[in-house]
Design a protein around this ligand. Structure first.
Ligand code: ADP
Length: 397
């Protein structure tokens, strides 16, 4: 089955064309600067790349450009869009409505719409993507795959905030968690890599521009670092992560900030960017850390925050069998992995420095042979999870 995978953001859109049954990717790419001018970067064949400047006033022209690039010209990989059997959409927030990936219907769209206040940037773009695919690929099923679903197994004592209870009953204010497809994929791979198949206690650190840590017990998420929205938890590229609530109200008062301004400050101007004053990109900050005190501080804070979550999730899981690193930082930064793991011997996690520093891009074990628990680097594959769920939902419908 050929599945078109769409991850629609507010001004960009990532796509892939994949057969999940044989795990084969035919093409992938990204449309950027939608609503400004429009650039399409398309990868196809064995690493061939195309960069096209195409006018994209809205998401509709962007998806039209993708479908046309897939079917005609140099980047062509299929003869006709009729070969696409279904589209899988990455959806940011499924709230408590969705416990699994779901066939898109009018009712499903209405529920995703109702969740817009919880994901004001992402859910509207996701809905737009669904409506455009219904129009451009008529008769072909659409499936919504939610970032939040994997965490719906968290127990109530983990997902509740200690606020007045009616904030939950009235507004569903609670922890939801995100990056669900990545945490699912990586923890599932880790379970297969472990000798042990029962009572598996796995911690996944998804470290990219957005970052989160999840505790996974027997394949189920029992706690995760992001919350009602993705701003909670680890320090990220531009998001603050955990900040005392008192600091937020005090800052609003001192700076005269309204809700939109404080939300922007905590989501777009904080994190690695806010501390380093240089960049949200960890690579750039790592390169400058020896001469720049604020870059050094940013790196130390990033690693320390991850380590604190790892330690607390070892406690939440009553021990650990595998600690996994994934995402751009988790897969590539041996230094961050090293700082996080230093001193965790008592928890059974002993990093092998030689294995950690080997430059490889496959799934691998970087713990010493005698380490009680494993430490894995596992490249994530969120698109595969979206394509596979789409395939399964369509087959069952
Ligand atoms: P996204 O969350 O947008 O998918 P990625 O998973 O690609 O992002 O992660 C981007 C982050 O990974 C950036 O902070 C980038 O600097 C970092 N990164 C990528 N390669 C390396 C590397 N070799 N060393 C350190 N950080 C890296």
């Amino acid at each position: 089955m050929l599945v078109f995978i769409l991850n629609a953001g507010s001004s960009s859109l990532k796509y892939q064309l994949m057969n999940p049954v044989i795990k084969k990717v035919f093409a992938s790419g990204i449309c950027e600067r939608i609503g400004i001018d429009g650039v399409l970067k398309h990868e196809y064949g064995d690493g061939k790349e195309l960069k096209l400047e195409i006018d994209m006033p809205t998401h509709k022209e962007a998806i039209e450009a993708v479908l046309s690039t897939l079917t005609v010209g140099e980047g062509k990989v299929i003869d006709s869009i009729d070969s696409i059997q279904a589209t899988g959409h990455r959806v940011a927030h499924g709230g408590e409505f969705f416990q699994k990936s779901t066939l898109v219907t009018e009712e499903v769209i209405a529920k995703i719409e109702a969740l817009i206040p919880l994901a004001p940037l992402h859910n509207p773009a996701n809905i737009l993507g669904m409506k455009i695919c219904q129009e451009l690929l008529p008769g072909k099923p659409n499936v919504a795959v939610f970032d939040t679903v994997f965490h719906q197994t968290m127990p109530d004592y983990a997902y509740m905030y200690a606020l007045p209870y009616d904030q939950y009953t009235k507004h569903k204010i609670r922890k939801y968690g995100f990056h669900g497809t990545s945490h699912y994929y990586v923890s599932n791979e880790a379970r297969q890599m472990l000798d042990k198949k029962r009572n598996t206690r796995i911690i996944v650190c998804h470290l990219g521009n957005g970052s989160s840590v999840t505790a996974v017990l027997n394949g189920k998420s029992i706690d995760t670092s992001m919350g009602l929205t993705p701003v909670q938890g680890l320090m990220m590229g531009t998001r603050s992560g955990d900040v005392g609530a008192g600091a937020i109200s005090y800052m609003m008062k001192q700076e005269g900030l309204d809700i939109d301004q404080i939300t922007e400050l905590m989501n777009k101007k904080s994190g690695i960017l806010g501390i380093s004053g240089k960049s949200s990109d960890l690579r750039e900050v790592l390169a400058a850390m020896h001469d720049d005190e604020r870059c050094r501080l940013a790196v130390d804070m990033v690693a320390y925050n991850i380590k604190k979550y790892v330690g607390s999730y070892v406690a939440a899981l009553d021990g650990v069998d595998a600690l996994c690193f994934t995402g751009g930082i988790g897969e590539n930064s041996a230094l961050i992995r090293e700082i996080v793991c230093t001193g965790l011997d008592g928890m059974g996690l002993v990093l092998d420095p030689i294995k950690n520093n080997k430059n490889r891009n496959d799934a691998r074990d970087i713990a010493t042979n005698s380490s009680a628990a494993r430490i894995f680097v596992i490249p994530t594959n969120e698109e595969y999870v979206i394509a596979n769920d789409t395939y399964k939902v369509v087959m069952e419908s």
